[in-house]
Design a protein around this ligand. Structure first.
Ligand code: GLA
Length: 377
C-alpha cells in the first residue's frame, strides 16, 4: 500500500512538472519547428523545381545547419481532381516527378518534407481536401515520406466548425496508424479555440487568420498570440503564422522586430520568403543564431508582454535562469526605453552580438517601428 501511495505521489509530481500539463510530447517538437513554407511568397505558383532549389539553398546558405529543417509545400501541390480510384495525386504539371521522388531529394539533403491539406472536401484554393477520404489520404501522404502535415480549415462544415477537435483528433489517430511520425500543424485560424485542445492533438496550432507583410498586422497577431502564452510548451506551440522576413511590405527594422517577437514567443520559425535569392540583410535576420537560440531554448517557455503601450517590454524565461528581453517601440519616433535588470550588471545585445554593461535600469534608444533585444545574462 505504501509503495502504491509513493508511486502515485511520484506520478503526480511528474504530471505537475510537465508544461503544459495536457500536452502530449512524442519528441517531434520539443522545441518550436523550424523550416520554410511556400505560401507567403509563392502562393499557388509552386512546383517541384522551386522546392528542390529551395532545399539546395537552405543547405548552401547555412539555414539547414541553423535549424531550418522542414521544407513545406503549402496549398496547390495536389491535382485539381482525384484519380479514377478516388486517390489523391500530385499536380502532374507542377510536380511531374511525384511526391516520393521529391521527398527523397529533400531527405538526401538532411531536410524534411512538409505537405498541406484541409479538413473539408476542398482546400482554400479549391483542391481536393480530406473530408470523406481521411484514411486513404493520410496513409498515402505518410507512405510518400512526408514528415510534416498542415491541416487547414477550409471546407469545414457546420459540425466541424462547432468543435473542430474531434476531426483533428481523427487526423492525429490516422497518422498514428500509418506508422510514420509526422509533425501535425493545426490551422483553424484560431477558430474553435485550438490552444485548448491543440496540445493534445498536434504540435502547433494557428492562433489567428493569415499573416500579411504589414507592421500593424504583425503587431496585431503578436498581441493575439500573447494571450495564449500559457498553452505553449515542449511538444506543442502556438503558431502566429510563418515569417514575412525578406518579403515586400516592411522596412528592415520592422522585419527585425517581427523576427525578434516570433523568437521571444517561441513561435515556429518558418521562413516565408524566397530563400534562393536573399539579400544579405534578410540572411542576417533569419540566421541570427542568438535569436534562434532564444526561440529554441529548451525550457520551452513562450515569452509574453509585461508592459503595454506605445513602448512595450516583452520577456521570455530561458534555461539557466536567464531571460530574453525585447524592447518594442511601436511608435514612429525614436524613444529611450527602460527596463530593470536587477543585479546582472551586463546584458547581451542579441542584434549587435556583444555584451554591454548596464546599471540596474537598462536604458536603450530604440528607433521608431523597431525592437531591441537582449539576454540577461
Ligand atoms: C489558408 C491558410 C494559409 C494558407 C492558405 C492556402 O488561408 O490559413 O496559411 O495555407 O489557406 O490556401
Amino acid at each position: 500500500m505504501r509503495f502504491v501511495l509513493a508511486l502515485l505521489a511520484t506520478a503526480t509530481i511528474a504530471l505537475a512538472a510537465a508544461t503544459p500539463a495536457d500536452a502530449f510530447d512524442d519528441g517531434l517538437a520539443r522545441t518550436p519547428p523550424m523550416g520554410w513554407s511556400s505560401w507567403n511568397r509563392f502562393g499557388c505558383d509552386i512546383g517541384e523545381q522551386t522546392v528542390r532549389e529551395t532545399a539546395d539553398a537552405l543547405v548552401v546558405g547555412g539555414m539547414r545547419d541553423a535549424g531550418y529543417r522542414y521544407v513545406n509545400v503549402d496549398d496547390c501541390w495536389m491535382a485539381p481532381t482525384r484519380d479514377a480510384f478516388g486517390r489523391l495525386r500530385a499536380d502532374p504539371w507542377r510536380f511531374p516527378g511525384g511526391i516520393p521522388a521529391l521527398a527523397d531529394y529533400v531527405h538526401a539533403r538532411g531536410l524534411r518534407l512538409g505537405l498541406y491539406t484541409s479538413i473539408g472536401a476542398r482546400t482554400c484554393q479549391g483542391r481536393p481536401g480530406l473530408a470523406g477520404h481521411e484514411s486513404g489520404d493520410l496513409a498515402r501522404i505518410a507512405s510518400w515520406g512526408a514528415d510534416y502535415l498542415k491541416v487547414d480549415f477550409c471546407g469545414a462544415n457546420g459540425a466541424v466548425r462547432g468543435d473542430p477537435a474531434p476531426a483533428y483528433a481523427r487526423v492525429r489517430d490516422l497518422i498514428g496508424q500509418s506508422g510514420r511520425k509526422l509533425v501535425l500543424g493545426i490551422c483553424t485560424w484560431g477558430q474553435g479555440l485550438p490552444w485548448r485542445w491543440g496540445p493534445r492533438i498536434g504540435h502547433m496550432w494557428r492562433v489567428t487568420g493569415d499573416i500579411r507583410p504589414e507592421w500593424r498586422w504583425v503587431l496585431k497577431i503578436a498581441g493575439r498570440n500573447d494571450l495564449r502564452a500559457r498553452h505553449a510548451g515542449p511538444g506543442g506551440w502556438n503558431d502566429p503564422d510563418s515569417l514575412e522576413v525578406g518579403n515586400r511590405g516592411m522596412t528592415v527594422r520592422e522585419q527585425r522586430a517581427h523576427f525578434g517577437l516570433w523568437a521571444l514567443m517561441a513561435a515556429p520559425l518558418i521562413a516565408g520568403n524566397d530563400v534562393r535569392h536573399m539579400s544579405r540583410v534578410t540572411r542576417r535576420i533569419l540566421l541570427n543564431r542568438e535569436l534562434i537560440a532564444v526561440d529554441q531554448d529548451r525550457l520551452g517557455s513562450q515569452g509574453h508582454r509585461v508592459r503595454r503601450g506605445l513602448h512595450e517590454v516583452w520577456i521570455k524565461r530561458l534555461a539557466g535562469r536567464a531571460r530574453a528581453v525585447l524592447l518594442l517601440n511601436r511608435g514612429r519616433r525614436t524613444a529611450v526605453l527602460r527596463f530593470g535588470i536587477g543585479r546582472a550588471r551586463r546584458v547581451r545585445d542579441l542584434w549587435r552580438h556583444r555584451w554591454r554593461s548596464s546599471a540596474r535600469t537598462l536604458r536603450v534608444r530604440v528607433r521608431g517601428h523597431a525592437a531591441a533585444m537582449f539576454r540577461v545574462p
